[in-house]
Design a protein. Sequence first.
Length: 286
Amino acid sequence: MSDNRYLETLYPSYGQSFAMEEVLFRAPTEHQELIIFKNERFGRVMALDGVIQTTEADEFIYHEMLTHVPILAHGNAKRVLIIGGGDGGILREVLRHESVEHVTQVEIDDQVIEMCKQYLPNHSNGAFDNPRAHIVIDDGKAFVMNCTEKFDVIISDCTDPIGPGEALFESDFYRGCKNCLTEGGVFVAQNGVPFMQPDEAETTKARLKPFFADRTFYCAPVPTYIGGVMSLAWASDNAELRQLSSEVIAERFAKAGFKTRYYTPAVHTGAFALPQFLIDRLDAVE
């Protein structure tokens, strides 16, 4: 990282850099190295430990797809659990569903929430102050391992499996999530860019197998996460939930009564159509 450029260090032989028009915040938090800066094309950008986490320009794609796909597929989600997601984008999108009565968000680092409220306010758009939102500062794995509550949908908006985010890709975490789900519930999670990180999808599918009857992935193209489409993990005991027609999803979406910028019912159903190279690698896991 030079004085005016930020070089992402996720991959040792390939990367991207951002011109930093202005550094808004830079400091080590209790758990991570956090920086928020302005970029002419992507707006405000947040990075943790050398890895870009979110940008103002394209966050809506990621947050809409990680939220509306499981909630609308479930069809009757009243209680939602978010693991991570300190920028507030997932919380914002979940709360757009008036049918959701209660949202618990578990974030390990309260400083991430506070800095994002100050420097990325459009991500949360006031969601942290919503009376349906309950914020818990805790380790996500510890929370689900000890949780006695039940949720219809669990969304793991975690960092890559390095540092504090590594525990959210382990079997114990998935076991805890399964125990927290209601019957017929849905678990989804960020799962990297399969062209660049194919081992993540393979490992996740294998680790989900003991706990969920139906395990797959769906995709979303998020420009910030370079290397091709992003894969989002999907796990449930009801395979029919990811096979609903776009007409059924469209009816539920219309009833929800809000507009989106990327998500559509057709995108929802099409997102489960995986590229062949990923299918081949996932089939090898079975």
